[in-house]
Structures are given as structure tokens and as C-alpha cells.
Design a binder for this molecule. Structure first.
Ligand SMILES: Cc1cc2nc3c(=O)[nH]c(=O)nc-3n(C[C@H](O)[C@H](O)[C@H](O)COP(=O)(O)OP(=O)(O)OC[C@H]3O[C@@H](n4cnc5c(N)ncnc54)[C@H](O)[C@@H]3O)c2cc1C
Length: 519
């Protein structure tokens, strides 16, 4: 996957794209895979890097959503559980089965959650990942020795999926390329083209070269997450806002706070949220929060209250209270929630996806979650084919392997998250053994990954490599800053950039990464 080649493709393509998609997060990338796999000529434009927005900032769960079960949203849970099952089949190198334990401190909660989880098992049916079980106090503590023992009565164990969000995004982009279609990063849509009042293309600006393009398409799809309303306004300046934004924050801690393989799920926090503490890449991710925000931004920052909220709640459930100085990284993401008229507070707003066709033929797809991106894409392309007058073709993505597909890969093996690409990366190291060297002694990432992400994953900046190709920024923000210089040097050689570029990249990266450390 190579950006120069993508630019050549848009410059040399004389025809009309069947489908143009704006936005390279889970929704846009999934929609492009769906379109390309049905044989429609597809172009995807992302203003920054793939998954720079919300899609690299999730809790990293592929889940039915126990919370939605509590809310009685059965159809959403069913859909998500089925999608979870399919995704584990289609991207086994990135999505794996994760055991969760709900600790119970009241006598009645064990049986209550036990029944709830049995319903969850039943709903998953053949897509189930393993039967849930009620655990005794001893069994619970054996699974999670660092769980607060005071008042603990037992727990309920159940299973859900866990994944690496930005790695899946990159693999989706590679899948689009392998289907001979065109995803491109750092290409911002600045306007919509119209003919006879109907949308028939986009104006776009290459954010690297500054070059502007007019690109024609039979249909245009707005998959821009929290920026949805901006594109809707390009279509119709008097369009009503449909997005409400809710920020969620996660903290990353060392593994010793949660040793072992099991995650903790707390179904009810003080503000009626679900709190997770999940092992991830040999660290622990703890979150999340739900804070209404007004401004759509690609770099949201955690509020002090959000950090305090998570620290306080983590302290309630863990024997050793994590403090600010234990935080290795803090990251925030913003949910694009579709606001049905009259609802109050974000917890009540629908997590279902939302498909809208404007009077000028612009299709908007938003809401939903990572877990359901494929179903969102299927619904969107069914609609898009109709509007574009394309030949109707059935979806094949339910059973379609995603780039990197590799079964039975050991999650403890270095580089496992590359799936089948692991063999090519190992060859690269064989040819240049120094590329096997680590970039930092606190993190597992090696020099070969920098080279690989530039050559094969369209990484363009130090941030692309450290935040989304590897997850160094999220796993240890300070260590990642110390990796920036060598990363820039390796990239500059690959991309033929000079020393000034290297220096600027390091500065830019450090400026960004400092926001991932608590003040
Ligand atoms: C805190 C938090 C935790 C979550 N946890 C989970 C979870 O564990 N499991 C789960 O299934 N879901 C989870 N979600 C939900 C999931 O992350 C989102 O539903 C999903 O990532 C949304 O993807 P998207 O593609 O719609 O938006 P985004 O990922 O934001 O993508 C939109 C893209 O559009 C681009 N764009 C905007 N304007 C333009 C333009 N003019 N031109 C070109 N490109 C443009 C942006 O740069 C951006 O990359 C979580 C969400 C949050 C906030």
C-alpha cells in the first residue's frame, strides 16, 4: 500500500468513481471494503491518517454490549454479537476472545448478573465465545488477585472480543487496496460538487502537496464521524445538526495492576456508566467516561475530572490504588452520537447506526460502533448502489478475510498483530538484522516496524508510526517520545526527506504526545 501510487490512481483515472467515501475511520474504511468487494470502483478520502479520529481511541472491545442489554436494546445486542462472531472469523489475528469478570459486592448481584450473562450467551447462539459462569469469592480472587477483597462476595465470568482498533483500520485499508481500489490518507474534502442540484463528486485537497482535485462520483458517502455535520452543511447550508458529541477517556497502567488474563467489568459506576479494566498489549486499559463536548477535534484532551473519576473508581476495585504518577498514557476519543429529537443526556442517545440520504443524494452513515462497522457498511452500500444506479450485487463481507488473516497465532509472539504479514517482516529482519533492534527498552516495537509501516501501511509521519501503526503513544507516552528521533531518522531514509523534516517531525510529535501524559 503506497500513497504515491494512490495519488497516481486518482490523477490517471479518467472515468467516474462509482462510490466516493469521505472519512477513513471504521465506518468509512468498512464501507469502502464493502463497496470494493462488490466490484464497485471505490475511492476513500481521509483528511489526516486512517483512524486518526475516534477509531483509534476506543476501549478496544468487539462486544455485544452488556450495557445495551441492561437498557433492553435487544436488536442492537443481537446484531453486535453476530458481527463479533464474524469478525473473529475474518480477522483472527487481531480480534481475540477475552474473559471478563464482574466482581460482586452485594449478595443479590451475583445471581442477577449471572442470569443477565446467560441471556447474553443465549443471544450469541452459535457465535458464542464460551459459557458464562458464576464464581465464588475464592475463584474470583484466583482469577484477579489484585481485586479489592473487602466485601467481595464473588463474581460472574463471561466472554467478549478484544482487538487493536487502529491495526484493524490499517488492515481494512490494505484490504481495499488488495481489491484494487483506492484509499488515500492526508486528502481532505473541502467541498461537494453538484450537477442539476445533485451531489456528483467532491473537491479535495492533498494536505501534503497542497494540490487540489475535483473528483466525480456516482454517489458520495459522508462517513466523517464527529465531523458529519460539517459535510452535511457543505451539502445544504441550512441542514440541521444531527450529531451530539460525547467524550470518553482511558488511562493506561502497568500490567501489575491487573496481572493475569482476565478483565474487570463494572456494570454500574456512580454516573451509571460501565467501567472496564482490560489487559492490552501487556498493559491495562481502564475507562471510560461520558462527557458532553461542543467542539469536534481530532486531538481531544482528557479533562482533569475525567482522570480523577477513573482513578477514583479504579481505586475502589483494586487493592493497590493507582495514582497519577502511575499513568503511562491518557487518551480521549469522541463518540458521534445521533441525537433523536428531545432526548436528554448522552446515556439515552442511540448507539444504533444512522443512515441518511439528503435531498441532493448525499448519503450519511454515522453512529454505531466499531463492532458493527461491517453491518453499517452493508446497509450503506445497499442504499448507495440504488442511488447511484449501480447494478445490484449481494454483500460478500460476512465471510471475507481481512488483510493479515492468520489463524491460531499466539498473542504472546512478537509481531503477532501483523498476522500473515509477520513472514515478510521477518524476512526484512533476516536481510538487515539491525532492524530487529528495539526502539525502546520499555516497549516491544522494533526498527523493522517503522520501515514496514512506511513501505506497506502508508505511514507518513512519526505520529502515524508511533500512534497507530504501533501503539507506542497509548502504551507509554513518555517512552514513545524517546523513540521519536530514531523513528524520524528511519522514516527520512525511506521517504527521502532531509534533516529539517526529521527535526520538525520530532518536535511535532513531542508537542502532541505531551498531551497524553497527565499534568
Ligand atoms: C471512548 C470510546 C470508546 C469506544 N469503545 C468502543 C469499543 O470498545 N468497541 C466498539 O465497538 N466501539 C467503541 N467505540 C465506538 C467506536 O470507536 C466508533 O463508533 C467508531 O470508531 C466511529 O468510527 P467513524 O469512522 O464513524 O468515525 P472516526 O473514526 O472519527 O472517522 C471519521 C474520519 O473522517 C475524517 N474526516 C472528517 N472530515 C473529513 C474531510 N472533510 N475530509 C476527509 N476526511 C474527513 C476524520 O479525520 C476521521 O478520521 C468507542 C468510542 C469512544 C469514543
Amino acid at each position: 500500500m503506497n500513497r504515491d501510487k494512490m495519488i497516481d490512481e486518482i490523477e490517471n483515472f479518467a472515468g467516474i468513481w462509482d462510490i466516493i467515501i469521505i472519512g477513513g475511520g471504521a465506518t468509512g474504511l468498512g464501507t469502502a471494503v464493502e463497496a470494493a468487494s462488490r466490484g464497485y470502483k471505490t475511492l476513500l478520502l481521509e483528511q489526516h491518517d486512517f483512524s486518526k479520529g475516534t477509531s483509534s481511541r476506543s476501549t478496544k472491545l468487539i462486544h455485544g454490549g452488556v450495557r445495551y442489554l441492561q437498557q433492553g436494546n435487544i436488536s442492537l445486542v443481537l446484531e453486535a454479537l453476530h458481527e463479533r462472531g464474524m469478525l473473529i472469523q475474518n480477522a483472527p489475528h487481531l480480534v481475540h476472545n477475552q474473559a471478563f469478570i464482574v466482581p460482586t459486592y452485594d449478595w443479590w448481584r451475583g445471581p442477577f448478573y449471572g442470569v443477565g450473562m446467560k441471556v447474553y450467551d443465549l443471544m450469541a447462539g452459535k457465535f458464542g465465545l464460551g459459557p458464562s459462569r458464576i464464581l465464588s469469592r475464592e475463584q474470583t480472587l484466583a482469577k484477579i488477585p489484585t481485586l479489592e477483597p473487602k466485601g467481595l462476595r464473588g463474581g460472574v465470568k463471561y466472554y467478549d472480543g478484544q482487538f487493536d482498533d487502529s491495526r484493524l483500520a490499517i488492515n481494512l485499508a490494505q484490504t481495499i487496496v488488495s481489491l484494487e481500489n483506492t484509499p488515500i490518507n492526508y486528502m481532505k474534502v473541502t467541498g461537494l460538487l453538484k450537477s442539476n442540484k445533485m451531489v456528483n463528486g467532491v473537491q479535495a485537497k492533498d494536505m501534503e502537496s497542497g494540490k487540489e482535485y475535483e473528483l466525480n462520483g456516482r454517489v458520495v458517502i459522508n462517513a466523517t464521524g464527529i465531523f458529519t455535520d460539517t459535510i452535511l452543511k457543505m451539502d445544504n447550508p441550512s441542514a440541521k445538526k444531527i450529531i451530539t458529541m460525547s467524550q470518553g477517556v482511558h488511562l493506561i497502567f502497568d500490567q501489575h495492576f491487573l496481572p493475569g488474563d482476565s478483565a474487570i467489568m463494572v456494570p454500574h459506576t456512580a454516573d451509571d456508566r460501565v467501567l472496564f479494566a482490560v489487559p492490552w498489549h501487556k498493559r491495562v486499559v481502564v475507562g471510560t467516561t461520558e462527557t458532553l463536548v461542543e467542539k469536534a477535534t481530532l486531538e481531544p484532551c482528557a479533562f482533569e475530572e475525567e482522570i480523577d473519576f477513573i482513578l477514583n473508581h479504579a481505586a475502589k476495585y483494586l487493592t493497590k490504588d493507582p495514582s497519577r504518577s502511575d499513568i503511562l498514557s491518557v487518551f480521549a476519543g469522541i463518540r458521534p452520537l445521533v441525537n433523536p429529537a428531545g432526548s436528554k443526556g448522552t446515556a439515552a442517545i442511540s448507539r444504533d447506526h444512522f443512515l441518511l440520504v439528503s435531498e441532493y443524494g448525499l448519503i450519511t452513515i454515522t453512529g454505531g460502533k466499531w463492532t458493527t462497522y461491517r453491518k453499517m457498511a452493508e446497509d450503506t452500500i445497499d442504499q448507495a448502489a440504488l442511488i447511484a444506479g449501480l447494478e445490484e450485487r449481494q454483500s460478500i463481507t460476512k465471510n471475507m478475510r481481512i488483510h493479515g488473516w492468520l489463524k491460531n497465532i499466539d498473542a504472546n509472539e512478537a509481531l503477532h498483530y501483523y498476522g500473515s504479514d509477520i513472514f515478510a517482516i521477518k524476512k526484512l529482519i533476516e536481510s538487515q538484522p539491525l532492524l530487529g533492534d528495539k526502539l525502546h527498552d520499555k516497549l516491544p516495537f522494533i526498527k523493522a516496524e517503522v520501515i514496514w509501516s512506511v513501505r506497506e501501511e502508508m505511514a507518513r509521519t512519526v505520529e502515524d508510526v508511533l500512534a497507530r501503526r504501533t501503539r507506542a503513544l497509548l502504551l507509554d507516552a513518555k517512552a514513545s517520545m524517546e523513540m521519536a528521533k530514531e523513528t524520524a531518522r528511519l522514516m527520512a531514509v525511506e521517504l527521502d526527506y532531509d534533516r529539517a523534516w526529521e527535526k520538525e517531525q520530532v518536535l511535532l510529535y513531542k508537542k502532541l504526545a505531551i498531551n497524553y501524559l497527565p499534568s
